[in-house]
Design a protein around this ligand. Structure first.
Ligand code: WQD
Length: 330
């Protein structure tokens, strides 16, 4: 039976699609390509369209024999969500309702949802467990929390079974450099460090070095995108086996600081990464990292890659991309 992957032309979605196909699963991708990259599909069956079109969702599910959905399609910029909130409420929340209605019309009742550790905001205690209070501090994070609740209630009212996966900081690229995120669109730390390291931008700005952390800079739980992809396949298996709906943290359980990332990049590249310490970014917690023991046990999954694999994969991605770029330019 086939898995419908919404947003499968995006950063994490495209890695999940590749992983599922490598395991011999049938997939079909629904993506508007508004922010996705058609090349990232690597030939996967694809329908261009929007999750808000419930009749299209139902038609795709029927035509492809879909029995479960992995839902990645959403806007994810914290800054944009605060300047244009309506866009986020409509696309992320209403879009999820429309997707679910399309699924029900085709009698599809299993969904793995791409949630985020952003729902925890600034945590009271560490590591963060799934029963920690939700403390959303921006519209993007709030839409993820609301999407979780919408899916939960479709479970209560329509028998949908679900797995909501709260990612900590997704990072890295495919180990062979073939897939990766669009560095021009990302405001996340790793792409910005890589651009500064490779001379594609000015110095990376370090948002504060006066936090109560070992070296004063912000600490996060960076999880390799290929580890995330495997977790999604395991979550589909969990639902296929008829097991309970569940919310799971996906992280490594280890915190890494901004300076540790800069130093690891310098050591790998053998050159200095230009950086400049500036004021803290409003709303940034000092330290965030996951308690992922529930995912470890329920999914029989654990993150296998660490910071060095993340940095190595990004450098390989850049080199692959540059050769392609130069070959198209020449
Ligand atoms: C990481 C660390 C910054 C940029 C966000 C979203 C979250 C999730 C992941 C989608 C922090 C520091 C960053 C820079 C810096 N996205 N930093 N200079 O804020 O932990 O989480 O992305 O689900 O929802 O909130 O990620 O990469 O922005 O920051 O010093 O130019 O790097 O202060 O300590 P964040 P990030």
């Amino acid at each position: 039976m086939t898995i419908l992957v919404t947003g499968g032309a995006g950063y994490i979605g495209s890695h999940a699609v590749r992983q599922l196909r490598a395991e011999g699963r049938d997939v079909v991708v629904l993506d508007s390509l508004e922010r996705g990259d058609r090349d990232a599909l690597l030939g996967a069956p694809f329908v261009q369209g929007d999750i808000s079109d419930s009749s299209l969702v139902a038609e795709v599910c029927r035509e492809h024999g879909v029995d479960s959905v992995i839902h990645f399609a959403a806007y994810k910029s914290v800054g944009e969500s605060m300047t244009d909130p309506a866009k986020y409420w409509r696309n992320n929340v209403q879009g999820t309702v429309d997707l679910l209605e399309g699924m029900l019309a085709a009698d599809v009742r299993r969904i793995v949802f791409s949630s985020s550790a952003a729902v925890y905001g600034n945590p009271d205690s560490l590591p963060i467990r799934e029963d920690a209070p939700l403390r959303t501090e921006n519209v993007y994070a709030e839409t993820k929390a609301v999407m979780e609740r919408v899916i939960h209630w479709y479970g209560q009212t329509h028998g949908v079974r679900w797995a909501s996966l709260r990612y900590f900081n997704a990072a890295g690229a495919s180990s062979d450099g073939v897939l990766g995120e669009n560095w021009d669109m990302s405001t996340n730390l790793l792409p910005l460090v890589m651009k500064a390291a490779l001379g594609a931008s000015g110095p990376v700005k370090v948002f504060g070095d006066d936090y109560p952390t070992p070296d004063g800079t912000g600490v996060r739980d960076y999880i390799h995108v290929e580890d995330l992809a495997i977790a999604h396949s395991k979550a589909i298996e969990h639902l296929d086996a008829g097991r309970e709906s569940i919310t799971l943290n996906l992280g490594t359980g280890r915190g890494v600081s901004v300076m540790e990332i800069i130093r690891a990049t310098e050591n790998t590249l053998g050159r200095a990464v230009p950086y400049q310490v500036v004021d803290r970014r409003l709303g940034d917690p000092a330290t965030v990292y996951a308690d992922s023991r529930l995912a470890n046990s329920v999914l029989d999954w654990r993150a296998k890659k660490g910071l060095l694999e993340i940095v190595d994969s990004l450098i390989r991605r850049y080199n692959e991309h540059r050769e392609q770029h130069e070959s198209t330019e020449s």
